[in-house]
Design a binder for this molecule. Sequence first.
Ligand code: SPD
Length: 347
Amino acid sequence: MQKTKTLLITSILILTSLFSGCAPEKKELYIYNWSDYINESLVKRFEDENNCKIILDYFDSNETMYAKLKAGAAGYDIVFPSGYMVNVMEKEGLLLKLDHTKIPNLKNLDEKYTPFSLDENQEVSVPYMISNTGIGYLKSKAGDNFEPSWNIFANSKHRGRMTMLNDMREAIGAALKYLGYSINTTNIMELESAKKVLIGWKHNLAKFEADQYKNGLVSQEFYFSQGYSGDIYQVMSENKDIGYAIPKEGTTLASDNMVILKTAKNTELAYKFINFMLDGKVAAENIEYIYYLAPNKEAYQYLSDEIKGNPAILMPDEILKKCEAMSDLGEKNELYSKIWDEVKAAK
Ligand code: SPD
């Protein structure tokens, strides 16, 4: 009788603790990424396989993300900066030095693209996606003889119907490319010329914006938008009139990367997540969904013909030659910030 009573009390205690919130809580992983930059079914799969919860937060430029972290935003485990921003964050001591034994799928990385990441040996970052920047446009507005050039933004006929990225390196970079200069120049004369061009273009823009512009193309509010390759391809199925082109003057190439912050609370889970994203099949599913290129040799065999034949994703050499990767300009970065402030303030 005593035994039955003890068993009953123990069972009641177990049940009470389960329903009173004492059950072990799920581990959490906080990820800070660009918007529309991950296949969320993969996030769900990782959560299920690892019995954890992923909390996603989004940014629209490297500078916004960096400013938020510097202003004290804590709690993120994994962040997705572009190559030049990895350098900046590394110099500031924000990044965890990576233990490669915890990321065996690093072997899948495609060495053709790893130099673009600027951290070629993955000391603090792992390449995630390669993208280029171009012009998303409405074919019906561009006409049959459209010759893609950054100078489309000088065309006052489309005033108020065009946007450029709210991203200082991308917007100034477009003006520099138009003038035939490097997107990494620190030459004051070249930067001043680019500023004048960009202010001229600004008069015809609806706005500088880096997130919703693609929906403006779908709704036909915007006719021409400077945009990221995959973002434009993501919305093409919603409006067949949308095209994407790389301007004849050339453009920027970005390698966005996964990093673990030194302040991360759950580094083990962060390593697991990075390794998961580097799995060949997972990377292929991600590419198919977001239309960017994961530089992953194992993934290519699983890609559809549509993706394989898309020159904005698996870029042929003649397109790659037109692209330039952004460097970290160190203290000279200030030159760009100053020009960007002047462009923003210009009437
Ligand atoms: N929606 C995701 C866009 C990310 C593209 N890469 C950003 C590169 C910035 N130079």
